[in-house]
Design a protein around this ligand. Structure first.
Ligand code: BTN
Length: 251
């Protein structure tokens, strides 16, 4: 059990990813976890904020230092671990909308923010930041995101045992991380595809730095890239190329 051997619990912080970076500077070992009850400057992807109301959500970061350079599937792996944990703990089936959105019924439930540092080809560290809306009520979300965000409490209409879910997430993350270290990328990709809200053949729209692209969803490749068929040609997209999350045409 690597992940969670050392856990730092804090009441509040700017961002658990920032604490993880500080811990790395002080030599924190692989698998060290930071959990905060709240974040003052929680970060989402694409420079967005991550709403981090005290005790309502799970806000955690994991420090990883695998002896591998192809780490691009790690955020997807984290998504699968969170989704498996939610299913096992609550019976609720949620989905991983590539590359980092945890969704239910088209609404955002959580997300993954990964930050890495390489020295040349050598991976110095990889931080997996996981945010999950657990006990939020509708009024807890600011009006502008109220119709697009959800929480496990809103989905299940029951109060949630956050600590038990946290424990489950760390346990499941360990299982999937071992699969990654044993180089079973295909198994991870299969799981990612099984967690996808899309099926092969769906028409998908992505917003990239070169503009909007529409194509037929063909799955995820072994590097975690999205594969779309566009005008009869297979194209793969890196998560970093995508400006806004994928949308199913007509959604
Ligand atoms: C997203 O935009 O979908 C990613 C959200 C990631 C939020 C988590 S909460 C813990 C960690 N610390 C942060 O500041 N962000 C991530």
């Amino acid at each position: 059990m690597k992940i969670g051997k050392t856990i730092y619990h804090v009441k509040s912080c700017s961002s658990t990813n920032d604490i993880a970076k500080e811990l790395i500077l002080h030599g924190a070992e692989e698998g060290t976890v930071v959990i905060s009850e709240a974040q003052e400057k929680g970060r989402g992807t694409k420079g967005r904020q991550w709403l981090s109301i005290p005790r309502k959500g799970i806000y955690l970061s994991v420090i990883l230092r695998p002896q591998k350079t192809d780490v691009s599937i790690l955020p997807l792996l984290a998504g699968v671990a969170v989704i498996d944990s939610i299913l096992e703990s609550t019976g609720i089936r949620v989905y991983l909308k590539w590359p980092n959105d945890i969704v239910w019924d088209g609404k955002k439930l959580g997300g993954i923010l990964s930050e890495s540092c390489f020295a040349g080809k050598h991976l110095h560290y990889f931080i997996l930041g996981i945010g999950l809306n657990v006990s939020h009520l509708k009024k807890d979300f600011p009006e502008e995101i109220r119709d697009f965000a959800t929480s496990l409490r809103l989905i299940s209409r029951k109060s949630m045992k956050k600590d038990a879910l946290l424990e489950k997430i760390l346990h499941t993350l360990n299982l999937w991380y071992d699969i990654f270290l044993e180089s079973h990328a295909r198994k991870i990709i299969r799981a990612v595809e099984n967690c996808s809200p899309f099926s092969s053949g769906d028409i998908i729209e992505v917003e990239t730095s070169r503009g909007q692209e529409t194509g037929v969803y063909q799955g995820i490749d072994s590097h975690g890239r999205l594969i779309l068929e566009i005008q009869g040609e297979k194209r793969s997209f890196l998560a970093t190329e995508i400006l806004s999350p994928i949308q199913k045409k007509g959604e």
